[in-house]
Design a protein around this ligand. Structure first.
Ligand code: GCO
Ligand code: CA
Length: 255
């Protein structure tokens, strides 16, 4: 096979949590590189709205509404994709939530909810995807980590624990799947301009902390993740396994 290094032509990509935010930007970017994209979210109406808007712009998209934390729902979503003849060759585990509370005020239900949505979901969805990729000897799993995959910050303990887990889960996936031609890697976004971060963006103190600590002196734009996503989804990264690529304006490079 002689595919151009960065082309995703002929590949189908599933991006979890892609009705908005980073997932939507990544989905659009993968489609621009040639992939047929399957959007995912729990809110079916919002998902269809996003899909319709993208189709209006000529983007090749389908949808698969399911809850990434619900094991039975994940399993049956993949069975429906099989029945529809959709072979997921690229999986982006992007779905995530935030819940900010100091540890001593944090209840276990919210701890668990953040761990389930940001970490267990990547295990569940990747397991179903990999069962299908491994026999084909080809596939790409891209987990969305965070600066918090390697660092802590006050008030986001469950998110930090989940994103740290994403980094080492990615390494575990690489350990098991690389020999079968399936690459698992992660992207670690820095502080990005998303709805999830709106409260932080609107807080002048936090905003100047981010700009002061980030060598690029600004927040990242969701579309700035596309380059890393396309690289990790394409043949260009076929010997890259278990890595996390930080796209953070340099924040993780400095103290
Ligand atoms: C928050 C979090 C994140 C950050 C991210 C940076 O409080 O919401 O810190 O959303 O943007 O962890 O990588
Ligand atoms: Ca195409």
């Amino acid at each position: 096979m002689n595919t151009p290094l960065f082309s995703l032509e002929g590949r189908t990509a599933l991006v979890t949590g892609s009705s908005r935010g980073l997932g939507l930007a990544i989905a659009r970017g993968l489609a621009e590189a040639g992939a047929s994209v399957v959007l995912n979210g729990v809110n079916e109406a919002r998902l269809e709205e996003t899909a319709a808007a993208l189709r209006g712009q000529g983007v090749d998209v389908g949808t698969a509404a399911f809850d990434v934390t619900d094991e039975a729902a994940v399993v049956s979503a993949f069975e429906r994709l099989d029945a529809a003849g959709k072979e997921i060759g690229i999986l982006v585990n992007n779905a995530g939530i935030q819940y900010r509370k100091p540890i001593v005020e944090l209840d276990s239900a919210n701890w668990q909810r953040v761990i389930d949505t940001n970490l267990t979901s990547a295990f569940l969805v990747s397991r179903e995807a990999a069962k299908r990729m491994l026999p084909r000897k080809r596939g790409k799993v891209i987990n969305i980590g965070s600066l918090m995959s390697g660092l802590g910050r006050a008030t986001v303990a469950p998110y930090t624990a989940a994103k740290g887990g994403i980094k080492t889960l990615t390494q575990a996936m690489a350990a098991e799947w690389a020999e079968h031609g399936v690459q698992a890697n992660a992207i670690g976004p820095g502080y990005m301009l998303t709805d999830m971060n709106q409260a932080l963006i609107d807080n002048p103190e936090f905003d100047s902390w981010v700009k002061g600590r980030t060598p690029s002196r600004r927040w990242g734009k969701p579309e700035e993740l596309i380059g890393a996503a396309v690289f990790l989804a394409a043949d260009a990264s076929n010997y890259v396994n278990g890595q996390i690529i930080y796209v953070d304006g340099g924040m993780s490079a400095v103290i």
